[in-house]
Design a protein around this ligand. Structure first.
Ligand code: ZN
Length: 241
């Protein structure tokens, strides 16, 4: 039986844009996918994932839900209908009302963007490589190229800098691109704070941003690749009503 409702953490985007972030709540499945897994590339039953996606579409009152095959890059794809083939990209933009865009994560930063006045919404998937590649500045530029004047952004739950340990050389490399992403773990080793880096990129681009501050690795109601390895994916979703 498909889940009857999908609770969303409010992304608080303005202009009547419906936007939020899923948790594991509202879905079912065996471990390690127990909860509302939206990822169809992680070994879960495809029919169950499809039912979860359908529940998410219904929860935001959208006509359709579009996702991309995420590849940790900075490409932005504009969609004006449900694509015949799943686009390979880490950012999607649309101006179509009722066409929901979604992005999948398990520790990476889900970013939802809008300019309601211009009638545009977008999503981006920013992990460590996407932060360095500049996927978020790229999607902001894509929105402005289509007429956006007042872009707003919202970041969903992701792994925090206190948990995301990386080798020192990797931390140095990321910080060379985005100094604000340098962090230390709570146990004192080198780390990356991807969300802090994304917020710095948005600030530099002049985009006001809000954030749902909730560490995926520290909260069992969210999927975390770093914590669990094989696991599901939560999502960020945005739609022009
Ligand atoms: Zn944490």
């Amino acid at each position: 039986m498909p889940p009857s409702s999908v609770p969303l953490l409010d992304a608080a985007l303005p202009g009547g844009v419906r936007a939020g972030f899923t948790t594991r709540a509202g879905g079912r499945g065996p471990a390690p996918y127990d909860g509302l897994n939206l990822g169809d590339h992680v070994g879960d039953d495809p029919a169950r994932v499809a039912a979860h996606r359908e529940a998410l579409r219904a929860a935001v009152g959208a006509d359709a839900l579009v996702l991309a095959r995420q590849v940790h890059g900075a490409d932005v794809v504009h969609v004006d209908r449900v694509p015949a083939e799943v686009p390979e990209a880490d950012a999607l933009v649309t101006g179509v009302r009722g066409l929901a865009l979604a992005v999948l994560v398990a520790d990476c930063v889900p970013v939802l963007l809008c300019d309601a006045e211009a009638g545009l919404v977008a999503v981006a998937h920013a992990g460590r490589p996407g932060l360095v590649a500049g996927v978020v500045p790229a999607v902001v530029a894509a929105l402005r190229a289509r007429g956006a004047r007042d872009v707003r952004a919202s970041l969903g739950p992701s792994i925090c800098g206190g948990c995301y340990e990386v080798p020192p050389a990797m931390a140095d490399d990321v910080a060379a691109h985005v100094p604000a992403a340098r962090a230390r773990t709570t146990w004192g080793t080198s780390a990356v704070d991807v969300a802090a880096g994304v917020l710095a990129q948005l600030a530099q681009a002049g985009v006001p941003a809000s954030r749902v501050s909730r560490c995926t690795a520290e909260h069992d109601d969210l999927f975390s690749y770093r914590r669990d390895g094989r696991t599901g994916r939560t999502g960020g979703v945005v739609v022009l009503p």
